[in-house]
Design a protein around this ligand. Structure first.
Ligand code: SF4
Ligand code: SF4
Length: 285
């Protein structure tokens, strides 16, 4: 039965062969040492045998994220979440067969916008888990920013009784505090702060945006992940120096919905949802 570094290599290989872009390992003590996450939401409160949290991530390709809100972005989001959920369950079975009791925490554990309105908090936070597993730092937009993909990533976690060598946490803050996420948020839900990197976040305003997008069948929003300049994916897609375009998008399209410089995004937004749904959001990105 593999253990230590050998088990870590086995798990990493298992995940990467099934589509994971990033895999990180966090010892459960990091939740207690940091103390930010309330005790009832920490791994050992959910699964007392837990010794390590394995955080798995898949990236969302930037050109599709740039079309948000669109049916294409929704499909990518749903597919990525589903693939992550499948992978977490498959890894749990794999570890259980190796005699390492494990517990998958799937991506989205709410069932409707109504449930979110009643209790706008996840039972387990993948964002702090990803931070403790060394995958990134939390930016002004309250998302994990990763060196490879900025915030254009999704996460899932597997809590396991196995003790696995941990990954170091990121020592360098990745958010450059440019404020673009706050500036481009259609609901002004993010407010920069002087005293810390993570901005204030108006959950209710963000939820309102998502309720509108559910009606238009193009949930979720993700504009604050689209515009973030952090991430090597911008090199891959040759997407540097695009801030002005993001900043002016709403105003330009309000004046001219067919503005050619936004054609590749607005083209996609016209397809995949009934006209009536699209018209509900014609004044809003
Ligand atoms: S998801 Fe959209 S509404 Fe919510 S904070 Fe980000 S940009 Fe704003
Ligand atoms: S857009 Fe700028 S301020 Fe917002 S999270 Fe990214 S780097 Fe930080």
């Amino acid at each position: 039965m593999p253990s230590g570094p050998e088990l870590k290599e086995d798990i990493t290989r298992f995940c990467k062969e099934r589509g994971a872009d990033l895999v990180g390992f966090a010892p459960v003590e990091r939740w207690d040492e940091d103390g930010i996450v309330p005790p009832a939401f920490r791994p050992r409160a959910l699964f007392p045998q837990a010794r390590t949290v394995i955080v798995i991530s898949m990236a969302m390709p930037l050109p599709v994220v740039e079309t948000t809100p669109s049916a294409l972005h929704k499909e990518l989001y749903d597919t990525t979440n589903r693939q992550l959920d499948d992978l977490a369950v498959a890894l749990t079975r794999h570890l259980n067969r190796l005699g390492r009791a494990s517990y998958p925490f799937t991506r989205d554990t709410y069932t409707s916008m109504r449930a979110l309105r009643e209790n706008n908090r996840a039972a387990f936070g993948h964002v702090p888990a990803a931070k403790y597993a060394g995958l990134g730092t939390i930016g002004m937009n309250q998302c994990i920013l990763t060196p490879g993909f900025g915030p254009r990533v999704r996460f899932v976690s597997v809590l396991t009784a196995a003790e696995i060598p941990p990954d170091p946490m990121q020592s360098r803050e990745l958010c450059i505090r440019c404020g673009l996420c706050a500036e481009c948020c259609p609901k002004s839900a993010i407010t920069p702060r002087e005293d810390r990197v993570i901005g204030d976040y108006d959950k209710t305003a963000c939820l309102e945006m998502h309720e509108e997008l559910v009606k238009r069948r193009v949930y979720p929003c993700g504009i604050c992940t689209k515009v973030c300049p952090v991430g090597k994916d911008r090199l891959l897609y040759r997407s540097k120096g695009i801030r002005k375009k993001y900043r002016e998008e709403r105003e330009t399209l309000a004046a001219n919905p067919d503005a050619p410089e936004y054609g590749s995004w607005t083209h996609v937004r016209k397809y995949g949802t009934p006209r009536k749904s699209r018209e509900k959001g014609k004044d809003q990105l």
